[in-house]
Design a protein around this ligand. Sequence first.
Ligand SMILES: [Zn+2]
Length: 211
Amino acid sequence: MLIFLRFTKCIVMTYLKKLLVVFLMGLFYWPMVQVAAQSSNTETVILNGKKYPVPKPWAGSRIRASEQAEFTDLVPLPTWLTQNKSQIYVTQITRQALLKMAKKAAEEDIVLLIDSGFRSAQYQAKILEKYLNQNMDYQGLLQVVAPPGYSQHMLGNSIDFVPSELDFSVSKQYAWLKQHAAKFNFIESYQQKNETGVNWEPWHWQYQSRN
Ligand SMILES: [Zn+2]
């Protein structure tokens, strides 16, 4: 019995010692974790030659340059599908799915029109620079425009429907998309209530391949 008790006591002591070591290590490493978290918050973008900090909700979600759509994979949408018959490019696989969806919608008298597709990070920067040159506030702009390098549009699989504004949420096109888009692998990236912290963009949808 005595041996058993000593044995148990020994195990408990070893366990407690381990706990103490883990606790002390935690005390030691915690400030380092904090510093690492802070330093990851210092993402910046260059606009008009000036460095701007990237605030929430964009910070931490920079899209890698290697993820940008390959130019060779981009194809134009047919002009009947685009606003003002403008040239809008998306990846081949996105185009295929989008055409299928738009044709299905047309059969049900729903006319889907596209306002924007692929946008390079450089183009995204130009959009922001244009607004900054009109004296618009940088923080305010980021409520409605992603900073360059953070927009899904650089992936070539994201599109904006017409009109690309909140009013789209009350259109019959939006109602139709809510009901049918998932069947064509399109999802509403920034829903009314979403965890990303990005404002609601009912007009912005992304093609997500299932593989
Ligand atoms: Zn968009």
